[in-house]
Design a protein around this ligand. Structure first.
Ligand code: ZN
Length: 339
């Protein structure tokens, strides 16, 4: 008799029921090249590994999460599932630039795609940071994306689907990786061994990003950074103009050094200002950052709903412009002036 765990199969990544169902159907219909997109730590890579396990699992009820293939894929050691990541350039120990996969890496992928799987049923290539792929690398990949052996699958990952080269994008089935519900993240953290209270706090902070919550479980600095960013969102309401402009400069330095950190800060600010908007409309029950509820209410009173709404719009616009590489300092100064 098979044990219950195998019958139940590997749990679908938290909050990804809908994308998973879509992907399973797409594979059944013969699709073999996908784009999973969504913000950092939302669970793109986890979903990609789940798909890779589905494509190589030995059980009928796949992915089982228990067979040798599933276990090796989830550990990241399966020979036929390869991840090509974002290349980070460093200078003097400091990160200076991120670039997508190189033409060399693409060449390796193309060569590998021509050879039959070694230990699995399929070969799965996961390409992270698809939006940072250079034009020559993309051109090289194009033909293989279009025409490859039927055992080959491509899963491209991106935070921003809008800036992927159209020639690449048009050849992919696109799937948005969804934010998970706070309650589901909490349950998941408890299943990983976190106590109830910590799970509740982290799930509330995670803003739908399961990956963030899991990393934060082991890294107190991430929680501290999240709290600092949230506090800054409230502090700026009392900043004079000069201080706000100085902050724009600091944020720009952050953007140049590690743009993901800045996106993370802007996400948290959006989260706090949405709470402020709820509070300004008397909807305190909708405030998600419950540990800051008093400060959020005070700041909301000070600004009023019209200014909060305007700043939220400004935040969304700035994020979009920064992702399109529009002059970052100007964008951030305009953001800080719009409060
Ligand atoms: Zn399996």
């Amino acid at each position: 008799m098979r044990n219950l765990e195998i019958q139940d199969g590997l749990a679908v990544p938290v909050g990804q029921q809908e994308p998973t169902t879509f992907l399973r159907k797409a594979i059944e219909n013969g699709h073999s090249a996908f784009l999973l997109y969504g913000p950092r730590h939302i669970g793109k890579h986890t979903l990609a590994l789940y798909l890779a396990a589905m494509l190589n699992c030995c059980e009928a009820n796949n992915p089982c999460g228990q067979c040798m293939s599933c276990r090796r894929i989830l550990k990241g050691v399966f020979a036929d599932v390869k991840t090509a990541g974002i290349e980070t350039a460093e200078k003097g120990g400091e990160e200076i630039a991120k670039t997508g996969i190189s033409t060399e890496q693409v060449k390796d992928i193309i060569e590998s795609a021509a050879v039959a799987p070694y230990e699995g049923k399929t070969k799965v290539f996961i390409i992270d940071g698809a939006e940072y792929m250079s034009l020559p690398a993309a051109n090289r990949l194009l033909k293989t994306l279009e025409e490859h052996q039927n055992y080959v699958y491509f899963i491209l990952l991106a935070e921003n689907a809008d800036i992927i080269l159209p020639t690449i994008s048009s050849r992919l089935s696109k799937v948005e990786v969804k934010e998970a519900a706070e309650e589901d993240i909490k349950e998941y953290l408890i299943s990983l061994g976190t106590d109830k209270e910590t799970a509740q706090i982290l799930a509330a902070m995670a803003d739908g990003k399961t990956g963030w919550a899991v990393l934060a479980m082991q890294n107190a600095d991430m929680v501290q950074e999240r709290q600092d960013f949230a506090k800054k969102a409230l502090d700026i309401t009392a900043y004079p103009l000069s201080k706000r402009l100085a902050l724009a400069g600091e944020l720009n330095k952050m953007f140049v050094k590690d743009r993901q950190s800045l996106y993370c800060l802007l996400d948290i600010w959006q989260n706090i200002y949405r709470d402020m908007l709820a509070a300004s409309l008397g909807q305190d029950v909708l405030v998600r950052n419950s540990q800051l509820v008093q400060n959020i209410k005070e700041a909301a009173m000070l600004l009023g709903s019209a200014r909060i709404t305007a700043f939220l719009q400004s935040l969304a616009r700035s994020k979009k412009l920064l992702k399109q590489n529009v002059a970052s300092l100007l964008t951030l100064e305009a953001l800080m002036l719009s409060l």
